[in-house]
Design a protein around this ligand. Structure first.
Ligand code: ACO
Length: 464
């Protein structure tokens, strides 16, 4: 067994304690200790031995859970640049190679051959369902699509121009009020009912948020339609005339939902896990995930990309815009570019880019000016030293908004659609976490940099 040495300078006060060997209780049978590392306090000579845990793919992770006990220090990693927060069997990303696997299956294969509900089932249960299992799952999701009428009344409390993400987050959180006493997170059947309910009802809640902004009546779900076709119907149908669902639109949404279904420990999924780790009602945990997803650095980027393209206006302004993006004193970023994990083309972006051509062509808007502008921007950015040297490539959201827009979906709803798809992943991660007998509350530590202890001053004694 090899021993790599991690060395860290510490000041004289940085003490340590005796070296201990241990095995982590949170490691599953599949995760093995592959190597040992030593971390030495150079001031005191004290050493901690750290196990490197190997998963099935990807880099090892150093188990530092006993570091504070052994050396009296914490690790410091703002933004979790190098910290694995959990072990997971759901999704694997190789950011350098541009690989994304759901339960081991390449996302490209799933995008070409699967359906969103099959992918949701795969994420939650771990293997591809049989025909009978998939039918049962689809039936259960279909039968749970209606929401309690009282829940729909919440929408009346929102102003007509409330952002749909705010409404969806609030209404999902309020589902906890409807299903609290009947939700025992330790009961696998209760967990399953929760999973089916939230996946089934999210499109209904999203459509209600949209209809509320339009001032139109809510459209009830239709059990004869597929998941995505039903969602489109609830968005666009009105009671006074027939609405024909465009199969191109339903297919495009299906594909986008597959691509957005999970992405391992991203900000919103980690939020769901953290909220859920307290034992909170899972609907409340999903609502926390919806809120986290909304930010422009995460799922809100699809909306921000189109706002950015509008701001740029035409190809003539691309150079000027990129100069602003590269100026560190300017807060403007190239939205839809860059990713914490991908340092190569986001594999989802490749698929969506190709889909953009197909969908726009089929809809007869092949020369959509926003898409043309996006392609010019992409081409220039990919040759620019600033983006090349930082390995900044288009991410999934660079193109998704263009497709949603072409399908007639308003910008403020883009992130809501992302939330519907990502609910499958959130549920899978929540399930994985709560069914782990070693689950612990998530509770990071900090490097305190505030004032030392001081005495309270009466107000008369304080100077300005
Ligand atoms: N435009 C301009 N510069 C960028 C961009 C960008 N979009 N993204 C990263 N950079 C630069 C940073 O300024 C930094 O440069 P520096 O080293 O000179 O300081 C370097 O690239 C590294 O960037 P970080 O911000 O440190 O990378 P981080 O991993 O923290 O952020 C993020 C990743 C948030 C996705 C970032 O790339 C970004 O803001 N992108 C735009 C928003 C976006 O598209 N988000 C969607 C992500 S995909 C998803 O969540 C669905």
């Amino acid at each position: 067994m090899s021993h790599d040495h991690l060395r860290k300078e510490v000041d004289e006060s940085g003490g340590g304690s005796i070296l201990r060997r241990y095995s982590s209780p949170v490691v599953s049978a599949k995760t093995s200790v592959s190597m040992k590392y030593e971390l030495k306090n150079l001031a005191t000579g004290k050493v901690a031995e750290l196990n490197a845990l190997s998963g099935t793919l990807g880099p090892d992770a150093l188990d530092i859970s006993h570091l504070n006990r052994d050396l009296g220090v914490f690790t410091y990693d703002p933004g979790f640049m190098a910290t694995a927060s959990t072990e997971s069997k759901i999704t694997y990303i190789d950011g350098d190679a541009g690989v994304l696997l759901y339960r081991g299956y390449p996302v490209e294969q799933l995008a070409a051959q699967s359906s969103f509900l099959e992918v949701a089932n795969l994420l939650i249960h771990g293997s591809l369902p049989t025909n009978a299992q998939l039918r049962e799952f689809q039936t259960s999701i279909t039968r749970h699509t209606m929401v309690n009428e009282h829940l729909l009344r919440f929408f009346q409390g929102f102003h007509h121009n409330a952002h749909p993400m705010a409404m969806v987050s609030a209404v999902v959180a309020s589902m906890a009020a409807f299903y609290h006493d009947t939700m025992d997170t330790h009961d696998p059947r209760h967990r399953e009912i929760f999973a089916h309910r939230i996946i089934a009802k999210l499109p209904t809640i999203a459509a209600a948020a949209y209809k509320h902004t339009l001032g139109q009546p809510f459209i009830y779900p239709r059990n004869d339609l597929s998941y995505c076709a039903n969602m489109l119907n609830m968005f666009f149908a009105v009671p006074c005339e027939a609405y024909a669902i465009d199969p191109v639109a339903a297919q495009a949404i299906e594909l986008l939902f597959i691509l957005h279904a999970d992405h391992e420990q991203n900000a919103s999924t980690s939020t769901v896990r953290l909220a859920g780790s307290t034992g909170a009602n899972p609907y409340a945990a999903i609502s926390a995930g919806v809120s986290a997803l909304w930010g422009p650095a995460h799922g809100g980027a699809n909306e921000a990309v189109l706002d950015m393209l509008d701001t740029i206006g035409s190809a003539a302004n691309v150079g000027k815009f990129l100069t602003r993006v590269k100026d560190k004193s300017d807060s403007v970023r190239l939205m839809g570019f860059g990713h914490r994990v991908y340092k190569n083309f986001d594999p989802r972006a490749k698929i969506i880019r190709a889909m953009c051509y197909r969908v726009l062509d089929k809809l007869g808007i092949g020369n959509d000016p926003l898409f043309e502008l996006a392609l010019i921007l992409e081409e220039i950015a990919l040759k620019d030293e600033y983006f090349v040297s930082r390995k900044l490539y288009p991410n999934v959201d660079f193109y998704s908004g263009i497709i949603y827009s072409a399908l007639g979906i308003p910008r403020s709803m883009f992130t809501v659609l992302f939330a519907i798809a990502r609910t499958a992943g959130w549920v899978a991660h929540w399930q994985e976490m709560v069914s782990d007998p070693h689950m612990r509350i998530g509770r990071p530590r900090q490097l305190y940099a505030g004032p030392r202890q001081r005495d309270y001053q009466p107000i008369a004694a304080r100077s300005a």
